[in-house]
Design a binder for this molecule. Structure first.
Ligand code: CO
Length: 289
């Protein structure tokens, strides 16, 4: 009898561990990437938010240029297909790929296309592969992001100070359209908020005159990007004549630049986690379920 019970217990344990293995899940965090150690803090913070929720995470960078640059410095960061291969080698059967891009533009599309190509070549490796969509996917995401970036402004910012956010932007497609929506949403949340982008139609020129006309004496320059990398450090806050900081200084403003990426913002981290958990975009079944 005792032997039978222990045999049953053993059988149960084997079943339980088999079930656990079948359900083993990995999260691939797919960022654009950065090669600046100071900017990487925002990615580390985001990763820590996932780890704190018990996720096994694997990093991948969608920027080939950044991966190649890091590779030259002896650091190997996975491309998305390498990250998928790593998930398979870890025994993951469910994979959640979470885009850490702001909008579903060039880098997001590239990531998704490469995931699809990998799955076409390796159709049997996983049971489920979910795509977690980028930050601004819906009007409720946009409202949450407006709230998150407003709440993160320093206490010293007075309501009469202008705040100019720098998005990356894209010269075509939905990215450009979403950045326009974000600019409108921010400006309606606070009439002293403006958003412009490095690329695309929402240029600084389009808002510069309005910021000047607001009679603000001070302007806060804030990255609207996951990391405060090259664009934030040079194009936004850098000493070159054409940086946004220099242009506002030349126009008589007292300029304060903030060099935090959105990835360090707890409310933004929660929104990404929500996208990871709530997505119904499962790629292997070929349909939304
Ligand atoms: Co760029």
């Amino acid at each position: 009898m005792k032997r039978l019970i222990s045999a049953l217990v053993l059988a149960f344990m084997l079943c339980a561990s088999a079930a656990f293995a079948a359900d083993k899940e990995a999260v691939i965090l797919a960022a654009f990437g950065t090669s600046e150690p100071a900017a990487k803090v925002a990615l580390d913070d985001l990763g820590a938010a996932y780890t704190a929720k018990g996720h096994d995470i694997i990093w991948s960078f969608s920027s080939d240029i950044i991966r190649n640059k890091l590779h030259g410095q002896g650091e190997h960061v996975y491309a998305i297909d390498e990250a998928l291969a790593k998930a398979a080698s870890m025994g993951a059967k469910t994979v959640r790929v979470q885009s850490l891009h702001i909008v579903p533009a060039e880098e997001y599309v590239k990531t998704e296309r490469r995931v699809a190509a990998y799955l076409a070549k390796n159709p049997a490796q996983f049971n489920k592969v979910y795509m977690g969509h980028s930050l601004l996917e819906s009007t409720s995401d946009l409202a949450a992001v407006v709230k998150a970036v407003s709440a993160a402004l320093p206490a010293e910012r007075k309501s009469t100070d202008a705040v100019v956010f720098m998005g990356h932007g894209n010269d075509r497609g939905p990215g450009d359209l979403i950045i326009s929506s974000a600019a409108h949403a921010l400006h309606s949340a606070d009439p002293m908020f403006w958003l412009a982008s490095v690329e695309g139609s929402n240029t600084l020129d389009k808002v510069f005159a309005d910021v000047k006309a607001s009679k603000a004496k001070r302007v806060w320059l804030v990255p609207f990007m996951i990391v405060a990398g090259d664009h934030a450090r040079n194009d936004l806050a850098g000493p070159e004549e054409d940086s946004w900081a220099s242009q506002f200084k030349a126009a008589g403003f007292e300029v304060h630049s903030i060099l935090n990426g959105l990835g360090s913002n707890k409310a933004i981290q929660s929104l990404f986690l929500e996208h990871t958990h709530n997505t119904r975009d499962e790629l292997l079944s070929g349909k939304k379920n």
